[in-house]
Ligand binder design. Structure first.
Ligand code: 4AD
Ligand code: MG
Length: 429
């Protein structure tokens, strides 16, 4: 049985658990072997005088990460983190362990080299549980609202977010790219399914060494026919609140273990998230942070962080300057200098968690935009067809799964939000 099930049985009950040695110490009369499994850790106490010589001997050969089966009696122990320990009757070693290379106080780089082992740590186990809740919540959120899951191709001839971060792959005797976003294909699929979403791998050749950028990450995107910018920002806000509530419901223990302020997060989940315009954001930066940003420049990380010092929930920023936005973000007819687009920025320095927009339906504007980005129009002919055959207004966005996990788990670096991180400087194990 798993450790948490054993604990549920209660004091005095016989239990049989299996797992891995997490810590061990002892004397010539007593051995304390703390065992971990996916659910918890529990201290197992072996008393020389109370077990057979064979069991005592086995209990001496349990270095860290040995896998084993333990049977014994559950009893209360006020000092134990779980409040319980096991008085051992028998131990069976399943897999011996060499001297485990990970000890206390090792450098982040060493832990990344040993990632295949470090993912067993309590920290990464907690993060991976939260991550599983986050992606599960995304599926639940959209499915329960009548969206279909739609999966995009990963090999693609097109850039969606500009050529400079495309990964080129040899495709027989030609070249192709790894997807930067499902969006262009989603825009094709809404003509069949109307409301769709996905959670899938995404690739960006980011020459960036920040704590927010991965080269391989998971994006959860949605696209919906007939939807405008205002409506789509409301979906994004609701989705984030839904995710937080699910994580609080399922992972409160993990959040506390990771040092997250659970009470604060509960408040965030119940609050309305404000929407401000880019122009208002510049005004806040100027007035409250004494920071001058020239109108027309995209917000950089430093500016996002400064802006968020004045908010305790995520904020939606709309209407960025059209000039610096991707080709598919349409000019606002009421103010053509700005685009009908938005970013959602997380508080506490976690930056942009969502990017999205209404989509341009004007064929000529799209072609001009692609030309301006230096894209070969012929590769996009299929996409432009979507504006030729019964086009409709539509909108969508992409949520960075690791950005959200980093924020909810209060991580220092986005690398810990994904089991095997890929960055400019890290591609193994
Ligand atoms: O803002 P982005 O670039 O938007 C798009 O790709 C749109 N085509 C999405 C859409 O409208 N369907 O990326 C969306 C989100 C960002 O807000 C960020 O959270 C995350 O993806 N993201 C990254 N996460 C980790 N590492 C990177 N290098 C990321 N780049 C973007
Ligand atoms: Mg963006």
């Amino acid at each position: 049985m798993q450790i948490n099930d054993a604990i549920k049985k209660g004091t005095g009950k016989d239990v049989a658990i299996r797992g891995w040695v997490w810590r061990e110490r002892g004397s010539n009369k007593l051995r304390f072997i703390t065992v971990r499994d996916s659910t918890n850790v529990i201290q197992c106490v072996v008393v020389k005088d109370e077990v057979s010589p064979e069991v005592w001997e086995t209990a001496q050969k349990t270095p860290i990460e040995t896998s084993l089966k333990v049977t014994g009696t559950l009893r209360e122990d006020k000092r134990a983190p779980t409040g319980f320990e096991i008085g051992v009757k028998a131990i069976e070693i399943v897999g011996e362990s060499d001297t485990y290379p990970i000890t206390k106080d090792q450098s982040p780089e060493f832990l990344l080299d040993k990632r295949h082992l470090w993912i067993r740590s309590r920290k990464l186990t907690a993060v991976m549980k939260v991550r599983s809740t986050v992606t599960g919540a995304i599926h639940e959120f959209f499915r329960s609202r009548g969206y279909y899951e739609f999966t995009p191709p990963i090999f693609t001839p097109n850039a969606c977010e500009g050529g400079s971060t495309l990964f080129e792959v040899k495709y027989f005797n030609e070249k192709i790219y790894l997807t930067q976003s499902w969006q262009l294909y989603a825009e094709a699929a809404i003509f069949a399914l109307e409301k769709i979403y996905d959670v899938s791998p995404t690739f960006r050749a980011e020459k960036s060494k920040t704590s927010r950028h991965l080269t391989e990450f998971w994006m959860a995107e949605m696209e919906a026919a007939w939807m405008d910018l205002k409506e789509v920002t409301e979906v994004a806000k609701e989705e984030i609140r839904f995710i937080i509530r699910k994580v609080l419901e399922k992972n409160e223990a993990e959040l506390r273990f990771l040092g997250q302020d659970v009470e604060k997060l509960k408040l965030v989940a119940e609050k309305d998230f404000p929407t401000i315009t880019y122009t208002e954001a510049l005004k806040i930066l100027k007035e409250k942070s004494k920071m001058d940003v020239e109108w027309g420049k995209d917000l950089r990380t430093v500016e996002e962080d400064k802006l968020m010092e004045h908010f305790d929930t995520p904020v939606v920023v709309v209407e960025y300057p059209k000039e610096v936005m991707a080709f598919y973000k349409p000019a606002d007819p009421k103010d053509p200098k700005t685009a009908l687009c938005f970013d959602m920025i997380a508080p506490e320095g976690y930056g942009e968690i969502i990017g999205g927009s209404q989509r341009d339906t004007d064929l000529k504007a799209l072609m001009d935009g692609l030309k301006k980005e230096g894209e070969p129009i012929e590769n996009y002919d299929w996409y432009l067809d979507l504006r030729r055959y019964g086009s409709v207004p539509h909108s969508g966005y992409g949520l960075g799964v690791e950005r959200v996990v980093s924020w909810l788990c209060k991580l220092d670096n986005i690398k810990d939000a994904i089991p095997f991180p890929r960055t400019m400087l890290r591609k193994s194990p």
